[in-house]
Write a protein that binds this ligand. Sequence first.
Ligand SMILES: [Zn+2]
Ligand SMILES: [Zn+2]
Length: 213
Amino acid sequence: MSCSFELGHYREILEAAHAGGYRFQRFGEGLERGDLFLRHDIDLSLAAAVQMAELEADLGVATTYLLMTESVFYNLASSEGVAAIARLRELGHAVGLHAVYPNVQLDDRFDGVVSWHNPNSEYMSVEIPGAVNVYAEPYFSPPTYRSDSNQHWRSGCPHEELRGGGFPWLQILVHPEIWVYPGSTMGQTMKAMLETENERRLEQLVDDGIHLD
Ligand SMILES: [Zn+2]
Ligand SMILES: [Zn+2]
């Protein structure tokens, strides 16, 4: 099995979690032996989030999507953003806020769960009134945390330990963009994402009545 950042291997990771007897849980529930908290911080692409959410739903898996209200890459208040939230909900996933510190405005689009965008250690694990901070106890502890940041699993891809039941419980952070778009380096993957974005932008210009010829 090759640990590539492709949807095929993502599917294998989910199947490994099932095989290892892990239960997919929401933040705010648990925490018991065998609990798996799988979260997605959506930094760049709602389309990638929805695509990953559909794959998970196919496998009967519900996870947590954390969306930004202050992204420079997408607008959650646009029709596209509203449709993305509706689709994630329809597929059974939780939707929380991927916040830029210190701004936490949890309106009714969000469940009470927050992750920080590009956090630093000074505020990472602060208490957030009325919400779960995914970087605070009990849901965060370094030995039971895996993150795929920049197409690199700092402590190794978790599929083998999941399959063997090696973690007492685990939180995993997966960024959909780096799995959905092709490329064997982060640079290639980001360029592939931008090519897709370019097509989407061209269609949006036409939809907005702008002539391109
Ligand atoms: Zn792997
Ligand atoms: Zn982020």
